[in-house]
Structure formats: structure tokens, C-alpha cells
Design a protein around this ligand. Structure first.
Ligand code: ZN
Length: 116
């Protein structure tokens, strides 16, 4: 299975503006849940621009750390898909992502935040 790699083609100021508006920034160690109405924490946040839909955590990465390499995926340390806190994200290969999921799965409880 191959995920389509979307090139992020959004002006930086637009990214920043939307991010500031929708990221619901909190403390550095807390999850920032992307704030589109009706979305849930366990779903990826989405960011729309120019007729394309991007995943919000990828936008967060691009904004804070730069371009995402081809074939690389942005993963969550916190396992909260809707989270866009750049400190909770890491870049890895699709294989890393699978190993990470597998490792976390073996530990049982996901570290999802329960407080709303
Ligand atoms: Zn998080």
C-alpha cells in the first residue's frame, strides 16, 4: 500500500495564519488538537488549500522544521492523530511508523489524552 505524497504548495504566511487559528496551541508538552468543528482527536486534522487537502500535522511539521522528504512520514510520539504540536511529531520512514505502531501496540494502552 502506498500513500500519495502531496507536495505542500502553500504560501508560508497562509500556513502560519491557519495554523495559529486552528492549532489550539497549549503548553509545549500538551497535545494541540487541530480545531475543525466536528473532528475528533483520533482522526487526523485536515488543512485545505488550493483545492487540496493536506494533513494538519504535516503542515505543522513543514512550518516548524521545513520540507518533508520524499517517502517519509510524519508520526506522532503521543499517538493522538489530531495533535499538531511539533514537539510531538517525528519524521520517519513508513517502516519506522509500522515498527512504532507495533511497539506501542505491544505495550497495550495508547497514550491518548483523555481530558478535553
Ligand atoms: Zn500530541
Amino acid at each position: 500500500m502506498r500513500l500519495p505524497m502531496l507536495k505542500i504548495d502553500i504560501p508560508r504566511d497562509v500556513m502560519q495564519q491557519q495554523f495559529d487559528k486552528l492549532s489550539n496551541k497549549r503548553g509545549d508538552d500538551e497535545c494541540w488538537i487541530w480545531g475543525v468543528t466536528g473532528r475528533r482527536d483520533y482522526e487526523y486534522g485536515s488543512f485545505q488549500y488550493g483545492g487540496k487537502t493536506y494533513r494538519a500535522h504535516r503542515i505543522s511539521w513543514a512550518l516548524h522544521f521545513g520540507e518533508i522528504g520524499h517517502k517519509l512520514v510524519i508520526c506522532h510520539k503521543c499517538d493522538v492523530k489530531g495533535c499538531v504540536n511539533p514537539k510531538h511529531l517525528f519524521m520517519g520512514s513508513q517502516g519506522d511508523n509500522m515498527r512504532d505502531k507495533w511497539a506501542k501496540g505491544r505495550q497495550g494502552q495508547p497514550r491518548a489524552e483523555e481530558a478535553k
